[in-house]
Design a protein around this ligand. Structure first.
Ligand code: SOE
Length: 386
């Protein structure tokens, strides 16, 4: 197989990020299967037609059901709002299509399990959009842990801080409505942290959390609206039904302790996505705003040079880096999506499941839900009990 026809549902922020990745892929990874940008789909015909022209899709449609059943489509890419994921994923599986789905997988753990089951019954390949795993500096952290170079892991602490909701006039966009988004900062940002923890450290066994919705009513939006939604001075308001911030503590199966903070109210932080890991032989610190770097500390360094050092993950020694630009030339947010799709296409070619797939998505959903239950019941929850 040299070419795969893509049908993509969604055309906003993630639709643009995915389209950009598909376009870059054949130029930088010419030996891989070519993703053919066949059909883009969205509810608003005028907007999706403009997106098709701007992003480079051959066709557009507003009928996802017809898209999913088309003979000439091999892979369905789902990046519509979260409440649409399940129906499209199950239909795609039943039509025998491989599919890629943005995070969080679904509105509930039960729904995500049904999506996984549909994919397994159909024998198709499935992947979930945890793109931050694919930053070369994160992959270096993974290698250091797997090779035992940080020793036994004691701590994982992670924070994903944004501030786009601090303004009380920001409207009630879809990400603030539980029936569309599932949850707020928790599922949107916390999901990335949980996946990172699972990828780097392993299974989380128990959690205890707390959550807050600081601004409980907001003006209604002009349209469903994303991160740049406006209210157009609407006087009418509606209730915010998701968390603005969720924090939790966790125990890992290997004995490590974790702390997690996801908030849209960290004034001054546009998108600070970071983690620190401390082990018996060393530590690492990652900050997405400096995503080409990993701070590393090794306890065995000579006493007179002890300290954190900055490793640039842009040398050819690092995952994917040799493919882009000469050593020392940084890459960005968009490259993490290209790397994720390279993994997906490789998995299809090699007839294996890509990583992260829906098993990983369900694991994340299980922790998300355990934290929500813990917040509700104000107690520790065993993740395996869900
Ligand atoms: C918005 O909060 C958002 O775009 C998330 O939805 C993404 O998953 C995250 O990568 C950046 O922030």
């Amino acid at each position: 197989m040299t070419k795969l026809n893509i049908g993509m549902v969604g055309y906003k922020f993630m639709g643009k990020a995915h389209s950009n990745a598909y376009r870059a892929l054949p130029m930088f990874f010419p030996d891989r299967i070519t993703p053919n940008m066949k059909v883009i789909c969205g509810r608003n015909t005028a907007a999706v037609s403009a997106a098709a022209a701007q992003f480079g899709w051959a066709e557009h449609t507003s009928d996802w059901k017809a898209l999913v059943s088309r003979e000439d489509i091999d892979l369905i890419d789902i990046n519509a709002p979260s409440n649409a994921h399940k129906e499209i994923a199950v239909a795609a599986a039943q039509a025998g299509k491989h599919f890629y789905c943005e995070k969080p997988l679904a509105l509930s753990l039960q729904d995500s399990r049904e999506m996984l089951e549909a994919a397994e019954n159909a024998g198709v390949k499935h992947m979930v959009g945890f793109n931050y795993r694919f930053a070369p500096a994160v992959m270096l952290a993974k290698r250091l842990i797997d090779e035992g170079r940080l020793g036994d892991i004691y701590h994982f602490r992670a924070w994903f801080l944004q501030d786009w909701l601090v303004d009380p006039d920001f409207p009630l966009a879809w990400r603030l409505q539980k029936e569309i988004a599932g949850s707020g900062a928790h599922g949107d940002l916390g999901a990335h942290l949980i996946d990172m923890a699972y990828y780097l450290i392993g299974d989380i066994t128990e959690v205890i959390g707390m959550s807050e919705t600081f601004i409980k009513e907001r003006p209604l939006p002009e349209e469903t609206g994303g991160l740049s939604a406006t209210s157009g001075n609407q006087a009418e308001t509606g209730p915010v039904t998701v968390d603005d911030a969720t924090l939790f503590l966790a125990r890992f199966g290997n004995g490590a302790l974790g702390s997690f903070e996801a908030t849209r109210f960290a004034t001054g932080h546009r998108s600070t996505n970071s983690f620190e890991i401390n082990g018996s032989k060393g530590s690492v610190i990652f900050d997405f705003e400096r995503m080409n770097e990993l701070q590393v500390y090794f306890k065995d360094d000579k006493e007179d040079v002890q300290g954190f050092r900055r490793v640039l993950a842009t040398d050819p020694a690092h995952a994917y880096s040799g493919v882009w630009w000469p050593a020392g030339h940084p890459i960005g947010y968009e490259h993490t999506f290209t790397h994720a799709f390279v993994e997906f296409l490789d998995a299809i070619e090699q007839d294996r499941q890509p990583v992260p797939n829906f098993n990983d998505g369900v694991k994340c959903q299980q922790v998300l839900e355990a934290v929500e239950l813990s917040v509700q019941e104000r107690k520790w929850i065993y993740v395996a009990s869900l």
